[in-house]
Design a protein around this ligand. Structure first.
Ligand code: URA
Ligand code: SF4
Length: 207
């Protein structure tokens, strides 16, 4: 089975993890992508945000949430009163998955499979163990399935505080939609307000 497990160092902090992740070959996604996009933020962050996978801009720049979805997320965090400096941001899958409609044309995002998400899971587990956040915000279905299993449905639990044991540690999680889904929504303002209102639940839970 595909797995990142043999590439994940047992010791060391986030910088050691990030260095090792750059050479991960745990699944085929590293072949077409430019680079590994590891999480960003301080190990002392109280809040961890988990997205799906890097997009086109993230793949080029090597940083999570620096493209259009990231800008929207930053605005939503600010409106919800969450401090980006107190946030660790990462993705369930660390390599960009895409197709091209035609050779040398624009790269189109493709959702990772459950196999790929599962393969990349040891990196997310290692980030959780280093950061030990007080609260996790799940941005969309892929992040939810990665941490809570394949039966996760974002519409059923968004904007609520879940308490679940993950890798042997009790965690509090607030699921919400993925910021990219807000960009695609017909009622973009309404979808944005929904995201902000879920993030306010997270802000309240953090205290
Ligand atoms: N979408 C994500 O899920 N993560 C990113 O880093 C960028 C876009
Ligand atoms: Fe490794 Fe994850 Fe990249 Fe697959 S997607 S190669 S498991 S870092």
């Amino acid at each position: 089975a595909y797995t990142a497990e043999p590439f994940v160092p047992k010791r060391g902090g986030l910088p050691a993890l990030r260095r090792a992740a750059a050479d991960c070959r745990g699944c085929p996604l590293h072949r077409e992508a430019t680079q590994t996009v590891f999480g960003a933020g301080e190990a002392t962050a109280r809040l961890m945000l988990v997205g799906e996978q890097p997009g086109d801009q993230e793949d080029r720049q090597g940083e999570p949430f620096v493209g259009p979805a990231g800008r929207l997320l930053d605005r939503a965090l600010a409106e919800a009163g969450l401090d980006p400096a107190d946030t660790y941001v990462t993705n369930a899958v660390k390599h960009f998955k895409f197709t091209r409609a035609e050779p040398r044309k624009r790269r189109i995002h493709k959702s990772p499979t459950l196999r790929e998400t599962t393969a990349c899971g040891p990196w997310l587990a290692a980030e959780l163990a280093r950061v030990e956040p007080e609260l996790i915000v799940l941005l969309g279905a892929t992040a939810g399935k990665a941490l809570l299993g394949s039966s996760f449905r974002v519409t059923q639990v968004r904007g609520t505080v879940l308490e679940e044991e993950i890798h042997g540690r009790p965690e509090r999680l607030v699921p919400t939609v993925h910021p990219s889904s807000v960009l695609r929504a017909e009622d973009r303002d309404g979808a944005f307000r929904g995201l902000v209102s879920d993030l306010r639940v997270a802000a309240q839970a953090l205290g």
